[in-house]
Ligand binder design. Structure first.
Ligand code: 1HN
Length: 353
């Protein structure tokens, strides 16, 4: 195959012959140019997105993923994953819950196994229900039970399986829309390492002590148990709390002291009985998942009632406040693209919007 040679550009006389602005615009568009002064959206005073605040209700989500389980096996599907596709997203590209975040439910049945792969998008999981499933991350096998928060860092091999009883359902969060928009997507499907026979315990994984001669990545924390997180929250119950989020804690990577993943942070918040937070908005976007309790959130002035298992999207710059009008606790898990937005020097917050 020969090398294509671009033809020389029209210059001189053909450009001198342009007699009007309309002719100029026609020439520009034929030759891969566009005039800034004809553009409407080159600058906007604040973020513009077609993404909408939206809630996916678990009563329906659960029925759908279980029905999918009747109709397709993991062997056929590779991963039995139902993506939450923001209804404001009209693009034909990868589904997304917000401009930057993928959210989905995944379900495995006893005896099923999802084969190993790795990719540049990072993933996090929050287990919604069930026990007896496991994931293997870079050869380390981790059990998954309801309430666990797990991470699969960028480019780590991961596979899932289930040797217990009953369905296991979890929430998947990925930065894949962001990675895809930045054209940084790579994936591999062959060459996963053998499963390790020894999995290091929490005292090594916590970064409390670290062997000097080994690669610290081997010891990275992969799972945060709900009981541990709740114990921390319980200890803070009597404190003042955050006016925008009440008693909120972030899942931190103990080895870096930073967010759970370089691109995504994750949180658990207790809305104490009667809690009603102030509204704020950020340039990060967030996906919330209801772990316990009932309540509502007001997203850009619209009230969304929620109950356990529901998942809702708060796109960039959407004002949000949360309320727990009941006499019991409400617990919200959430993840956001805040670390990525901050790393680019773009993070902004507006209080009481
Ligand atoms: C993925 O690897 C998983 O491993 C789940 O469980 C959802 C969505 C997009 C791209 C990769 C998984 C995913 C995914």
């Amino acid at each position: 195959m020969g090398i294509m040679t671009a033809t020389g550009p029209d210059t001189g006389a053909s450009i001198a012959a342009i007699g009007s602005l309309d002719e100029l615009y026609a020439f520009l568009s034929d030759h891969a140019y566009e005039a800034l002064w004809t553009m409407e959206n080159a600058l906007t005073r604040q973020p513009v997105t077609t993404m909408r605040p939206y809630i996916w209700r678990y009563r329906q989500v659960r029925d759908l993923i279980m029905r999918a389980g009747d109709l397709i096996s993991v062997a056929e599907a590779d991963r039995r994953v139902l993506a939450f596709r923001n209804p404001g997203f009209s693009g034909r590209e990868l589904a997304r819950a917000t401009d930057t975040l993928w959210a989905a439910v995944q379900m495995v049945l006893p005896g099923e196994a999802a084969p190993p792969h790795r990719h540049t998008p990072s993933a996090l999981r929050f287990i919604i229900e069930g026990e007896g499933a496991y994931t293997i991350v870079d050869g380390a096998r981790v059990q998954m039970e309801a309430g666990d928060f797990l991470i699969t860092p960028n480019w780590s091999w991961h596979e899932h399986g289930h040797d217990g009883a009953g369905a296991v359902i979890w929430l998947d969060g990925l930065d894949s829309p962001m990675v895809s928009t930045l054209r940084q997507m790579f994936a591999e499907f062959e060459g996963a390492p053998q499963s390790k026979t020894h999995v290091y315990s929490d005292v090594l994984r916590s970064g409390y002590v670290e062997p000097s001669w080994m690669d610290r990545a081997v010891f990275s924390t992969l799972v945060w148990k709900l009981d541990d997180t709740l114990r921390a929250i319980e200890e803070l119950r009597g404190e003042q709390g955050d006016p925008y989020d009440d008693v909120i804690v972030e899942y931190r990577n103990p080895q870096t002291g930073g967010p759970a993943l370089p691109t995504m942070s994750a949180f658990m918040q207790l809305l104490r009985p009667g809690a009603k937070t102030w509204a704020h908005r950020q340039t990060s976007s967030t996906v919330y998942h209801v772990v316990r309790g009932t309540g509502y959130s007001v997203l850009d002035g619209q009230r969304f009632e929620w109950e356990p298992g529901d998942t809702f999207a708060v796109p960039t710059w959407v004002s949000h406040a949360h309320a727990n009008p009941t006499s019991g606790d409400a617990l919200l898990f959430s993840f956001s693209d805040e670390p990525a937005v901050r790393a680019l020097g773009l993070y902004r917050e507006q209080k009481a919007a």
